[in-house]
Design a protein around this ligand. Structure first.
Ligand code: NAP
Length: 349
């Protein structure tokens, strides 16, 4: 067992400005697309050559706001463009599979917003298609690309926590009635939007669960309102995960080992602090970084560019197998808690 360290590791994340420039196309013009493009333009040398929307006017407006030369009124037209190397799928969950398929079948490397798809079976189709075509593919789970998470990664690799018996992670955010998270046809409810973060952390640390217990509470809008789950690994180690769209909660996470405890104050999935405290007391070590929120989305784009330039088909920071593990756990939570998506099918009109 390693001794408790005197300092924390420093992030190994390369400067995003150094990543080789790729030509990007964006599918969808919603909330995350705006923030992703703004962050990537400010912090990298990546170029956005095209954006597409189901409505030409929305694509044009987005292109004007961000100085993007081509605006398409159809996703099909964008994926066919010869000046696009990588497609960023920024559509709502129900359209991830259909958009990822469009991009990969057109021969484009693909970064798909989280979660990779609605469920593990859809995600497996994306993974198989990317592999069959020899194209890069990743889930844009930005947390795993942040410098803070490289510190977490090194702490976990060092073994300084001892045996990790307990993971606690939660994410709650209050949403008003007009948000798509309250729409059954958009696969609403907190699990896919918010629960992705605590669940991906729990399954990253403990691996694929051997057993899951879960309880849900419905929201009057017809979607799941909140869900609590307990995950157990093959050795009996436990993760307790909670997500709600009724309320704002601390959105913190704790990785508790026999020798030390790693604490990620809320919002744990964004840039910010972490602390490492030895079991039984002693000096707490603190890592700090500016709480820049979605301004830090550029790290995932830079990693995609580095991987594509190096000929890698996926990133070790968020392997596709991990995306599948998270979605399998999500599927099981829904099965146990009796949560069903609404009637939504993947549609593009
Ligand atoms: N990384 C993060 O921090 C973060 C934060 C928020 C969301 N996300 C993820 O990003 C994805 C999009 O979320 P968002 O908040 O940006 O959603 P949003 O604002 O509702 O935008 C979603 C976009 O999806 C497109 N779309 C394609 N097919 C659609 C359909 N059948 N119905 C409705 N829209 C459709 C629309 O683009 P057009 O109308 O232009 O075609 C729409 O603007 C989600 O998967 C979510 O999990 C990630």
């Amino acid at each position: 067992m390693p001794a408790f360290p005197s300092t924390l590791p420093t992030p190994r994340t390369p400067p995003s400005m150094d990543a080789p420039p790729l030509r990007w196309g964006v599918l969808g013009t919603g909330w995350i697309a705006e923030r992703f493009v703004a962050s990537v333009q400010r912090h990298t040398r990546q170029r956005f050559t095209a954006v597409a929307s189901r409505a030409t006017g929305r694509a044009k407006g987005f292109a004007e706001r961000h100085g993007i030369p081509a605006a398409y009124g159809s996703y099909e037209d964008l994926v066919a463009a010869s000046d696009v190397d990588v497609v960023y799928v920024a559509t709502e969950h129900t359209a991830h599979l259909v958009c990822a398929r469009l991009a990969l079948e057109a021969g484009k490397h693909t970064l798909v917003e989280k979660p990779l798809a609605l469920d593990a079976s859809e995600a497996a189709q994306i993974v198989e298609l990317a592999s069959a075509r020899g194209l890069f593919c990743a889930e844009a789970l930005w947390t795993f690309f942040l410098p803070k998470f490289d510190v977490v990664r090194q702490i976990l690799e060092s073994g300084v926590l001892g045996d990790i018996h307990t993971v606690l992670a939660e994410y709650g955010e209050h949403f008003t009635a007009e948000h798509r998270i309250l729409r059954p046809e958009s696969a609403g409810g907190p699990l896919l939007d918010l629960g992705t973060y605590p669940l991906s952390l729990a399954t990253w640390v403990l691996g694929a669960p051997a057993e899951i217990l879960a309880l849900g509470q419905p929201h009057p809008a017809g979607v799941n309102g909140q869900t609590a789950a307990v995950l157990r690994d093959a050795d009996g180690n436990q993760a307790v995960v909670h997500t709600t769209l009724f309320s704002d909660t601390p959105t913190s996470a704790t990785l508790a080992g026999t020798r030390a405890t790693l604490t990620l104050p809320g919002p744990f999935y964004q840039p910010g602090d972490l602390t490492l405290t030895p079991s039984g007391g002693g000096t707490t070590l603190t890592y700090t970084e500016p709480r820049t929120a979605h301004e830090a989305l550029h790290h995932e784009a830079a990693e995609v560019a580095r991987c594509v330039a190096a000929g890698q088909l996926e990133t070790p920071l968020r392997p596709l197998a991990d995306s599948l593990t998270t979605l399998r756990a999500m599927d099981e939570i829904r099965r146990v808690a009796g949560i069903r998506f609404g009637p939504g099918e993947a549609v593009l009109e």
